[in-house]
Design a binder for this molecule. Structure first.
Ligand SMILES: NC(=O)c1ccc[n+]([C@@H]2O[C@H](COP(=O)([O-])OP(=O)(O)OC[C@H]3O[C@@H](n4cnc5c(N)ncnc54)[C@H](O)[C@@H]3O)[C@@H](O)[C@H]2O)c1
Length: 246
């Protein structure tokens, strides 16, 4: 399938972002991946699909780097239609051990990042009269795990961002939705939330008793981005195997 919709995926070097970039590229969306890390692995996977990929080195919390990244995408592809705000961190820290620096670090990437990236891309989405903004949140916004207070706060903020922004840009042909994974088997999850029996604990809470894989999120991403989903906006779609019913 060939599509002329250009996608930006943040945090595309590994984990969910890599899976999102590969899935979109394989379906004909030219994809720009923005990351502070090397994206060679993503580029190689996309090359196998025959898709188009532009890796851009960019820290999404730095306004000048975000501006330069959007300029690079416009130079290469001429437009931006889809923004997947995926880059994020979720370090488990007990609330009473959370320092103000931890708090700011988490808010900076998980909230300032989507704010800056969306702000830079928006004029281009508006110019096309068509756009999809997809924010990756987390089922923690429904569950509130005790060791993820700062993270839960940041993702709940992103749910609010999703709703209010949907109202702000709906008249421009742009939808804004959030997808909330449960605990998905990325390397970072295995090292953090999934460590010490974390995957087993989460599995026991789910209606579907297996560990979520990054591939489980793809059909929802494609659905939200589809042409036919132009009346779906402001929503948080929970894809967590049924650990939280919302
Ligand atoms: N894996 C899960 O179980 C899970 C569950 C719910 C939500 N999420 C959310 O999904 C997203 C991805 O999670 P993941 O497990 O794939 O994480 P990950 O650590 O595997 O990938 C995150 C990517 O973001 C990049 N990144 C970090 N800081 C950046 C910055 N300042 N600028 C640009 N890129 C930066 C990293 O280099 C990395 O490639 C996060 O927002 C996370 O909160 C993940």
């Amino acid at each position: 399938m060939q599509t002329n919709r250009i996608a930006v995926v943040t945090g595309a070097a590994r984990g969910l972002g890599q899976e999102f970039a590969v899935a979109l590229a394989a379906r004909g969306y030219p994809v720009a991946g923005w990351d502070i890390a090397d994206q060679a692995e993503t580029a190689e996977r996309i090359a196998h699909t025959g898709g188009e990929f532009l890796p851009v080195k960019a820290d999404v919390t730095e306004p000048a780097q975000v501006r330069a990244a959007i300029a690079a995408v416009i130079r290469k592809f001429g437009a931006v239609h889809i923004v997947v705000n995926n880059a994020g961190i979720y370090p488990p820290i007990p609330f009473e051990k959370t320092t103000i620096d931890d708090w700011h670090r988490i808010m900076r990437l998980n909230l300032d990042g989507p704010f800056l990236v969306t702000g830079a891309a928006l004029p281009h989405l508006k110019a096309s009269g068509w756009g999809r903004i997809v924010n990756i949140v987390s089922a923690v916004v429904f569950l509130g795990p005790p060791d993820l207070v700062a993270y839960t706060t940041s993702k709940a903020g992103l749910v609010g961002f999703t709703r209010a922004l949907a109202n702000a840009v709906g008249a421009d042909g742009i939808t804004v939705n959030a997808i909330s994974p449960g605990l998905a088997s990325t390397e970072t999850a295995a090292r953090t939330t999934g460590a010490d029996g974390g995957f087993e604990r989460v599995r026991a809470m789910q209606a579907i008793p297996r560990t979520e894989s990054p591939a489980d999120l793809i059909s929802t991403l494609l659905y939200v981005c589809a042409d036919g989903s132009g009346f779906l906006t402001g929503q948080t779609i929970n894809v967590d195997g049924g650990s939280a019913f919302v």
